[in-house]
Ligand binder design. Sequence first.
Ligand SMILES: Nc1ncnc2c1ncn2[C@@H]1O[C@H](COP(=O)(O)OP(=O)(O)OP(=O)(O)O)[C@@H](O)[C@H]1O
Length: 936
Amino acid sequence: MFPPESWGRQGAGVFREATGAAIHAPMLDILRPDREPPQAPHAGSGAVGDAAPTPMMAQFLEIKERHADCLLFYRMGDFYELFFDDAVAASAALGITLTKRGKHLGADIPMAGVPVVSSDDYLQKLIGLGFRVAVCEQVEDPAEAKKRGGKSVVRRDVVRLVTPGTITEETLLEPGRPNYLMCLSRIGGAAGAYAIAWTDLSTGLFRIAQTSADQLSADVLAMEPSEVVVADTLATDEALGPLVQRLGRRLRVEPAVLFDGATAEERLCRFFGVSTLDGFGTFGRAELSAGAALLAYLARTQLKAHPPLSPPRRVEAGSYLRIDPATRASLELTRTVAGKRQGSLLATIDRCLTGAGSRLLGARLALPLTDPAGISERQDSVAVLAEEGTLRRRLRECLRGLPDIDRALSRLGLDRGGPRDLGALAEGLERAGAIARELAGADLGHELAEALAALEARPLALAVSLTDTLADDLPLQRRDGGFVRAGADPDLDETRALRDHSRRVVAELQARYAGETGIRSLKVKHNNVLGYFVEVPEAQGPAMLAGGAFHHRQTLASAMRFSTPELADLEARITEAGSKALAIELALFSGLRDAVLAEIDAIRAVSDALAVIDVSAGLAELAVAADWVRPVVDGTLAFFIECGRHPVVEAALKGGGQSFVANDCDLSPPQGVSGKAGGAGAIWLITGPNMGGKSTFLRQNALIAVLAQIGAFVPATKAHIGVVDRLFSRVGASDDLAEGRSTFMVEMVETAAILNQATERTLVVLDEIGRGTSTYDGLSIAFASVEHLHEVNRARALFATHFHEMTALAARLKRLRNATVRVKEWEGEVIFLHEVTSGVADRSYGVQVARLAGLPPAVVERARQILSELERSGQGEKRTAFLDDLPLFSQAARAPAAPPPSPALDALAALDPDALTPREALEALYRLKGLVATKP
Ligand SMILES: Nc1ncnc2c1ncn2[C@@H]1O[C@H](COP(=O)(O)OP(=O)(O)OP(=O)(O)O)[C@@H](O)[C@H]1O
């Protein structure tokens, strides 16, 4: 990077050029009103009529035109300046001052700026608000520009576009969360092949997966991407509508040419410097298109920098547990319903000590495995470290505070790295050695043995040269030097000695001058304008001039400043030695950087190995601390959990000094059920009081399945799980008003997905289906859904309901069992025991719960009265007839004898079912329901 062209902001209109001469400029040169064209036809023309814009203005407009959709951070001295609309937008978004500089087309030019040193904070805010930022730097030394003539402007260009998915700065990233940029591609129309490719530019990870129209949303959202790039031709496609809506600001539309399938493979090959992709896997056309688009988008945003991506790895469909977005949300896997990480499953189980470990755990939670052998390998790692307490503690000691190797590596690869990134690698490699020594000789499973092998294969020579070269305390930026250890390079030592010696001579001069002049308050000082100078109180100034050895430079209110040939000479020597020292340091930096990049694969393998060790040790720590067990995971259809607990609720209760009541669950294929009904897993129909713990029980079993399949231990005393291919959980209703769907509609859409897609291997967890509509409608839907699950899907399922009528199904459906949550009633109070047992609940205790919730006593009493009447009058259509006799409804009892007119019936009579499309039918149904609801 070149020294900035110093058009500073300091003072009112005082700007210094890089040459050091102070100049007074009432306004920035480019924006001086007298130099502005009276009328510029449009931004970017560069020259207008008889009055051309200033060269710098022309440069600004030209660059801005090329990056019209970005805020342009235009580097001027120590600031990034924004002009015109960018300035207005940034000042509103960042709360920074909006000023005016000069005129354009007769109007003031708005301007706002942020200091370069703190620009990361501003960038973070802007990116978070959905802006994209083009960072424009000087791309030549100001001295070069000067050679071209006095008026020449230093060449500038955009060096990088900062977008949500392409951030690499440590300060802009969360340590434990990946930052995914994703491209989505489709080949061959709506029914064609879909694929996604995603990368974490900050770590170099690169994955490609095939998907389908059905799975698209689930697969995209599972990765929680920060930015999703879609071709303009696809973004407007109806099939993508719901996903596009969900992505909102995260969506980025780019020209379709980025996704060009014909050149995709060749572009991928060229990027990775290979003649064929066979070594990386076999990719379909849509996958190649998505992968190549990703590279093209990176080229657009990173410009000249070549991101150090790992070769693409294909995520095989079917190799992971499918979890749709609604299930992820309802199970609060990575964030709570309120959107917080705290309180999610991930936050509860994450005991990792490194950012890479937390990211790996998150990635495993996004894609739990379905292959029992792969799961077992991960479990072996956890088991070894759970058993070997001393080893685990020592490993965790080494991992604590380990720098983020992946991110340091990525920044170095993009040439955005500094001395601390090299330092991070030095420390990382050293710790890797310590960890390898701890692991050597231990009885490790396959996964940990592989990790150990990667640690042992670490590039030793590189580690040594990094440690030998780098100083103990490293500056953030390389441009100031001072990061090379004394003794590392003889030339550098010599130059530094020269510089330091000259500095000492300067200090000695002060004593000599004071002695010679007899002025005891004489001082030798330094500033950027004068360099070294002698300063004396103003009264002594004339005496200094008398001897002729001191040349007057400046008079201040209370002091006079002088220079001497000796000082000027020393200054020159110090500056020269300083530049030489810096040049040597920068050369050493480049050498080390090249050496690092030459070993990038080995270093990445070390980092991956450390992440695996961190995740395994973290899960082992959790298993020991919270008393979790290793589940048996195999290819059967078993689902047996003894004394299972909800990890998050248990942790929360523990915090409040309460204990969690453990419960068993057994959905394994029931013994003794033969014929068509046999063979598949069971359904538990759970009835029980409100607040009894039904939802918690449902969720805990789904979470145990997920934990088992990421290779973790589980909160239970015993567990046997036949791998689940797909998990559906509908617990707790939510409106999706953003997509224009009511609570009931959302519930039905999700239920439809479950009934259409669940297989024998699926685990379905359903809570109170059908409660968002009238009792009979709801009951009928719930009945039919359970029957379908039992007969057609044959999935393992937990179904909680307040429709006690449904318990009768157990007599007909062979694999359905009734279970209930126990409560005790004591002196009119309900006591929740949170125990799940076989059997049927007698009632819901809703009124008692309502009282506990603080409903006014009069309402509770009235509800009790109505409830006992309802229970007394039994079932059937006339069950509410008694209400007329109750005091509150006696008014309504005086209704006219003749049946009231019914707009709903009239509207129904007017309908012609054969003439309606399914959508119109649905709308008509809603209209009818609306009419019924508003009926007096
Ligand atoms: N096994 C348990 N041990 C201890 N406390 C529990 C247990 N299960 C649930 N709870 C506590 O009871 C509260 C209510 O549980 P939950 O929401 O699961 O009830 P529910 O039966 O689904 O109620 P509703 O039918 O009203 O939705 C939870 O917030 C939790 O604090």
